[in-house]
Design a protein around this ligand. Structure first.
Ligand code: HEC
Ligand SMILES: [Cu+2]
Length: 344
């Protein structure tokens, strides 16, 4: 039979195993993880967190150890006299020690944190830096590249940066409505997007690939579906992506009927397709909708079925999304979907 002590050991062991497996999975980057930094500022934040964990872990061991010793050594015994033990009314020395030492520890933690904050904020800006303006909307992201004349949404493309050829991306962040927060844990800390105010941050991912993030500030009913995908491209991929985004929306004749639906229904009041009469700004720019892997800020994969269903009934995917169901009939739905499918 298992003794009480063995049971406790097993429970402790399985909790420790669970914790280490989760940590290992997170460190591999299987989830958006702060433990797998891939950009300079994320590295600095990660190193700082290890330093803080080392100090606070040390404090935990000392306090926990002393507490355990006190509990074991001074526990009540049958042989103890029944009289009250000696009472101690304060010791200036001990009180000074436990005030001054924690005070010094807090100062050390404060200075270490302040140093990292200033180092990140004051980082020099190389001439090759890419500028992006990110605008938060309920419940999607707008990305503008002023130097390139590009407007994109939900999936941010930036070039990879290296120590030999640094090419960081500098972001200006603001909001069209309520507060949002830009958070891609592997790339940097959080920065809020606030209406009528511009915050700045920068990222310099050292490895190409896809990094996931999400809005980290509660911004309404579909806050949880305001996901964020950052594609870090090789220089060639990034140039090709920019070149494609600069093209006006395709006007293929075989989907003219669908384009007509788009331009005569209210779609064009909220959505832009460059080179056409559609110049709406309330919803995502759709000029290159097909260059995105997901729809509606990561709510679903970008497939023709999902696209049709989204246009028919957005609330099926994102209840409370600010796009109304436009009551199109089946033929119009097929036509407008076919048109949007050509917007590569
Ligand atoms: C009242 C404004 C409004 C109208 C009208 C409107 N939309 Fe939208 N649309 C939005 C908003 C806002 C979003 C973003 C929703 C979200 O992700 O939360 C959106 C998202 C989309 C998306 C996904 C875009 C992406 O980048 O993932 C597509 C596609 C789309 N709309 C197509 C249409 C079509 C087609 C019509 C016309 C039948 C239409 N919309 C009418 C506001 C509108
Ligand atoms: Cu948000």
């Amino acid at each position: 039979m298992q003794t009480k002590r063995e049971g406790r050991l097993i429970r402790f062991g399985s909790a420790a195993a669970w914790l280490s497996v989760t940590t290992a999975l997170m460190a591999q980057g299987t989830t958006p993880s702060t433990l797998a930094p891939a950009s300079s500022s994320a590295h600095q934040i990660f190193d700082l967190s290890l330093f803080v964990i080392a100090i606070t872990g040390g404090i935990f061991l000392v306090v926990g150890g002393l507490l355990t010793i006190a509990l074991v050594r001074f526990r009540a015994r049958k042989s103890d006299p029944l009289t009250e033990p000696a009472q101690i009314y304060g010791s200036t020395q001990i009180e000074l020690a436990w005030t001054v030492i924690p005070g010094l520890i807090v100062v050390v933690l404060f200075l270490a944190t302040a140093r990292i904050i200033f180092a990140i904020q004051d980082a020099p800006r190389p001439a090759a830096a890419v500028d992006v303006t990110a605008i938060g909307h309920q419940f999607w992201w707008e990305f503008r590249y002023p130097k390139y004349g590009v407007v994109a949404a939900n999936e941010l493309h930036i070039p990879v940066s290296s120590d030999a050829a640094p090419k960081p991306t500098f972001l200006k962040l603001t909001s069209a409505d309520v507060n949002h927060s830009f958070w891609v844990p592997q790339l940097a800390g959080k920065t809020d997007l606030i209406a009528n105010h511009v915050n700045t941050m920068w990222i310099d991912p050292k490895a190409a690939g896809l990094y996931l993030g999400q809005c980290a500030q509660f911004c309404g009913s579909q806050h949880a579906m305001m996901l964020l995908r950052v594609y870090v491209d090789s220089p060639e991929q990034f140039d090709a992506w920019i070149k494609n985004q600069q093209q006006p929306g395709r006007k293929e004749t075989q989907v003219a009927a669908g384009r007509k639906v788009f331009e005569t229904q209210a779609c064009m009041n909220c959505h832009a397709v460059s080179g056409t009469v559609a110049t709406g700004r309330f919803g995502p720019d759709l000029t290159h909708l097909m260059s995105r892997a997901t729809l509606a800020s990561g709510a679903m994969d970008n497939t023709p079925q999902n696209l049709r269903q989204w246009i028919k009934a957005p609330e099926m995917f994102k209840r409370g999304a600010l796009m109304p169901a436009m009551q199109l009939n089946d033929e119009q739905l097929d036509q407008v979907t076919a048109y949007l499918e050509t917007l590569k």
